[in-house]
Design a protein around this ligand. Structure first.
Ligand SMILES: Cc1cc2nc3c(=O)[nH]c(=O)nc-3n(C[C@H](O)[C@H](O)[C@H](O)COP(=O)(O)OP(=O)(O)OC[C@H]3O[C@@H](n4cnc5c(N)ncnc54)[C@H](O)[C@@H]3O)c2cc1C
Length: 496
C-alpha cells in the first residue's frame, strides 16, 4: 500500500488536463489542497491502529493486504466493514471521504463484466480485462473515481432520442485495437485528484442503444480527456484553526473522441448489462451512503447539541425533539445499511423474475434496504439543515471575519459581546460558531447539501427502485386474506 506522500508524488507526474477558472492547474496545487487533505486520510488510515482493520482487506486476486477502497466484497463481513469504514473515516474528516466512488464502481463492473461475457461466449474478454486492470489498481493502491452521470440533455428523452447524440457517452468508432468514445460526464467527484476514472452507463438502455452500453477505465490524465474542475474549499483560517480542513472537487469529464484500448474496455454493446451496471453502481453507492450520511448525522447532532448549550436552550422541549429527529434519521439510515450488508448476496433483482444470481460470486447489498436507507437520509438533508438553523438563530450567518476578531481595536469588544455562555472560554465559542457557519451557511455547505441530496441518485430514483422491487402484491394478498376475500397463501406470513 502507498503512503500519502507516494500518492501525491504520483499525482505530480500526471499530464495537465485540469481546467479551473480560466487556467490550467497542476493536481497538487493550492485550489486542490483541501480535497487532497481529505483523500490522504484514506492512506493514513491503513496504518492507524484504530482504523487499520476496517480500512484494509485481503485481495481475492493476489492474497495481499490492500486498501479496502480497492477491494471487491467477497462476503457480508466485507459489506459491514465497508459501511463502518465509511462512517469512521467520514467522522474523522467531518464529511465525505471521497474514495467510495472507486469501490462502488469497481464492484459494479466486476459483476456486470462477468455477465456480459456470456452474451457472445468466446468473443469478448471483458471480465479478464477487468481483473487484469483491477490487479494493477490494487497492487499500486490507485485512487479511482466513477463517472456515471451523463449530461442527459432533455430529461424526458432517451439517449437515442436526443437532438445531440453526444448527450450520453457513447462509442463512435470500433477499431482493431480499441474503441473511440465521445460525450461528457458531469459532477464527477474527486476526478481531479484520482489516478483512474471508471466510466459506466447512467441508465437502462434499449437494444437500439447498444453504443451507449459502454464501460471502461482510463488514467485520469489520458489523451482525449479534459476535466473542467469545480472546487469547494473552506474559507482559510490563520488563527482559529480547525481540527480538520476539508475541501472537495467535482469535474465535468469531457471525452473528446477519446481512444480506449480494448484491454481497458469492460462492456461494449451489451445493453442489458449496461443498464445493470448502472443500477449496480447506484446500489453500491447508496449502500456507501449508509456509512457517510450517519457520520454527517453524528456531526449535525454534535452541532445541534453544542449550539443549544452555547445558547442555553438545551432543556427546551423543542430542542430535545430535534435531537431525537437527528438520532432517528442517523441510526435508521445506518440500520438500513447494516441490514443491506447482512442480507448481501451475489444476486440482483430483475423485474418479473425477482432475485437472480449475478456476477462471479461477489457480494451485493440488499437493494430494498440500501435504497430505503439512502432515500430516508437524502430526503432529510434540508430538514436537518432547517433544525440547525432553528437552534442556532441568525448568529452563524453574520459572524465577524477572522481578521476583525483579531483586530486589536475590536478584539476586546467582540470578545465581550460574543460571550454568549459565561461559563465557556470565548475563544472556544468563537471557534465553534465559525465551524457551525462552515457547515450550514458557507458556499461549501451549499454544495455539500446538493451532493448529500442528489449523490447516488435523487430521492425519486430510490423511490422508483423501492416501488419496482418491493413485493407489493404479497401485501395485497395479506389484506385480502384478512378481509376474507382469499385464503392465506404460503409465504405471506414469513417472507420478509
Ligand atoms: C456534489 C455532487 C457530487 C456528485 N458526484 C458524482 C460522481 O462522483 N459520479 C457520478 O456519476 N455522479 C455524481 N453526481 C451526480 C448525481 O448522481 C446526480 O446529480 C443525480 O443522479 C441526479 O442527476 P442530475 O443532477 O442530472 O439531475 P436530474 O436527473 O436532471 O434531476 C433534476 C430533476 O429532474 C427530474 N427528472 C430527471 N429525469 C426525469 C425523467 N426522465 N422523468 C421525470 N423527471 C425527471 C428529477 O426527478 C429531478 O426532480 C454528483 C452530484 C452532486 C450534486
Amino acid at each position: 500500500m502507498r503512503t500519502k506522500e507516494q500518492y501525491l508524488e504520483g499525482l505530480k507526474k500526471l499530464r495537465r488536463n485540469l481546467y479551473y477558472n480560466g487556467s490550467k492547474i497542476d493536481r497538487v496545487s493550492e485550489p486542490q489542497m483541501n480535497a487532497l487533505n481529505v483523500m490522504c486520510e484514506t492512506f493514513d488510515a491503513t496504518t492507524d491502529p484504530e482504523l487499520r482493520d476496517l480500512c484494509t482487506a485481503t485481495s481475492h486476486l493476489s492474497g495481499n493486504t490492500i486498501n479496502r477502497f480497492n477491494h471487491i466484497h467477497q462476503n457480508t463481513d466485507d459489506l459491514h466493514k465497508k459501511q463502518n469504514m465509511t462512517r469512521a473515516l467520514c467522522r474523522k474528516v467531518g464529511f465525505c471521504i471521497q474514495r467510495c466512488m472507486g469501490i462502488d464502481g469497481t464492484n459494479a463492473i466486476n459483476a456486470a463484466s462477468f455477465e456480459a461475457d456470456k452474451v457472445r461466449p468466446g468473443e469478448t474478454n471483458y471480465h479478464q480485462n477487468f481483473l487484469k486492470w483491477l490487479r494493477c489498481f490494487q497492487d499500486n493502491d490507485l485512487v479511482g473515481c466513477c463517472a456515471q452521470t451523463d449530461m442527459k440533455g432533455e430529461r424526458l428523452k432517451r439517449p437515442k432520442e436526443q437532438a445531440d447524440p453526444d448527450m450520453y457517452v457513447h462509442v463512435v468508432e470500433k477499431k482493431s485495437d480499441g474503441i473511440v468514445v465521445r460525450g461528457c460526464k458531469l459532477h464527477i467527484s474527486e476526478a481531479s485528484i484520482a489516478d483512474e476514472i471508471l466510466v459506466i452507463p447512467t441508465r437502462a438502455l434499449g437494444p437500439d442503444e447498444k453504443d451507449y452500453a459502454v464501460a471502461f477505465a482510463l488514467p485520469a490524465d489520458w489523451e482525449g480527456i479534459k476535466q473542467v474542475v469545480h472546487v469547494h474549499p473552506q474559507r482559510g483560517r490563520e488563527h482559529f484553526k480547525r481540527g480538520f480542513d476539508i475541501g472537495y472537487t467535482d469535474s465535468y469529464i469531457i471525452l473528446d473522441d477519446c481512444f480506449v484500448p480494448w484491454d481497458r474496455v469492460f462492456l461494449c454493446g451489451e445493453n442489458d448489462h449496461g443498464g445493470m451496471c448502472a443500477l449496480l453502481f447506484a446500489l453500491f453507492h447508496r449502500h456507501s451512503y449508509s456509512g457517510c450520511k450517519p457520520a454527517v448525522g453524528d456531526v449535525y447532532l454534535g452541532l445541534a447539541a453544542l449550539a443549544a448549550r452555547h445558547n442555553g436552550i438545551s432543556r427546551a422541549p423543542h430542542v430535545k425533539e430535534m435531537f431525537a429527529e437527528f438520532i432517528k434519521t442517523t441510526e435508521l439510515g445506518y440500520a438500513a445499511g447494516f441490514t443491506a450488508s447482512a442480507m448481501g448476496k451475489p444476486e440482483v433483482y430483475i423485474p418479473g423474475l425477482g432475485p437472480v444470481p449475478y456476477g462471479p460470486g461477489s457480494c451485493i447489498p440488499n437493494s430494498i434496504y440500501a435504497n430505503v436507507g439512502r432515500c430516508l437520509t437524502g430526503e432529510a438533508v434540508y430538514e436537518e439543515k432547517e433544525m440547525l438553523c432553528n437552534i442556532a438563530g441568525g448568529y452563524p450567518s453574520t459572524f465577524p471575519y477572522e481578521k476583525d476578531l483579531l483586530n486589536p481595536e475590536l478584539k476586546p469588544l467582540l470578545d465581550k459581546y460574543l460571550k454568549r455562555n459565561p461559563n465557556m472560554p470565548v475563544e472556544e465559542q468563537i471557534k465553534f460558531w465559525m465551524f457551525f457557519a462552515d457547515y450550514t451557511c458557507s458556499s461549501l455547505a451549499g454544495a455539500m447539501d446538493y451532493g448529500s441530496y442528489h449523490g447516488g441518485g435523487s430521492p425519486i430514483m430510490e423511490q422508483i427502485a423501492i416501488t419496482s422491487q418491493y413485493d407489493i402484491k404479497s401485501r395485497e394478498h395479506l389484506v385480502n386474506y384478512l378481509a376474507g376475500v382469499e385464503k392465506l397463501k404460503p409465504g405471506t406470513l414469513t417472507k420478509f
